[in-house]
Design a protein around this ligand. Sequence first.
Ligand code: GDP
Ligand code: CA
Length: 321
Amino acid sequence: MRIVVLAGGIGGARFLRGLKAAVAPGDEITVIGNTGDDIHLFGLKVCPDLDTVMYTLGGGINEEQGWGRAAETWSVKEEMKAYGVGPDWFGLGDRDVATHVVRTQMLGAGYPLSAVTEALCARWQPGVRLIPMSDDRVETHILIDGEGGEGRRAVHFQEYWVRLHAGVPAHAIVPVGAEDAKPAPGVLEALAEADVILFPPSNPVVSIGTILSVPGIRAAVAGAAAPVVGLSPIVGGAPVRGMADKVLAAVGVESTADAVARHYGAELLDGWLVDTADAGAVAAVEAAGITCRAVPLLMTDPAATAAMARTALALAAEVRR
Ligand code: GDP
Ligand code: CA
């Protein structure tokens, strides 16, 4: 069976670990990763979501934090600070830096991001095929109020998310460069040949929404022969982790499990899983033409996550057209 997953960082990566435990031998998992969070820092190209997937599945992740390398040290960061060179709000650990140096060097030599990602994965052996959504540069920017209430300004997603902790109103979310971006080699083919397409509990706006903003990808998901099943990142009216409610509000979507399903819509989704806490949302989702089940959706441990993945695959089998 060929399974294709559209993934952001932590939510996507943790789900993928459960999915790997749930599939049968011989099943192939292709991950289309979000690159809208990518940022250039100190001359280095950083791809936080691709790296979170790679480190999590490859056994190198900092488990408690959910991002970055295990047993990390921070000498580079301290040395940059001693030079007075910022930004100091983005965590670039010493071990992690090596990944960005290798990536930047390969990009500089002319390799596309998809080939670079494959090369990095040769070390990490994530057990999935990880493809960036696009080889072209796409960077999510957030429109916020200007300093001192003067007009509005756009900041990089990481500045809004990491420095500002999504603590200021977001007026618009723009995947800069997306309209001219092409899906990376293999993305459309994987979607066309998939037996199942899954939306893990990743951020619907700045992770999965950004992937879908690359021309051709949304249509490929909507037109795929495979059933599309998603899992809600919103449980009991709030994100399980992080600040997805802030970016959902910016696109006019309530932070509820059923509003997120309706935001994707029946054009994209055939099935949707909500947490048992949101069992009351099932009817509204089904009224929108999406088959819905309420099951435990907290990725508290590998077994619970694998059970979520098995339920998603079972729902996909049920709704297969
Ligand atoms: P990011 O790029 O690191 O922000 O990660 P993703 O976009 O892949 O996933 C972020 C989303 O994962 C957040 O909106 C969380 O609500 C969701 N999430 C995290 N842990 C869980 C969990 O245990 N269960 C569910 N249902 N969602 C989760
Ligand atoms: Ca992300």
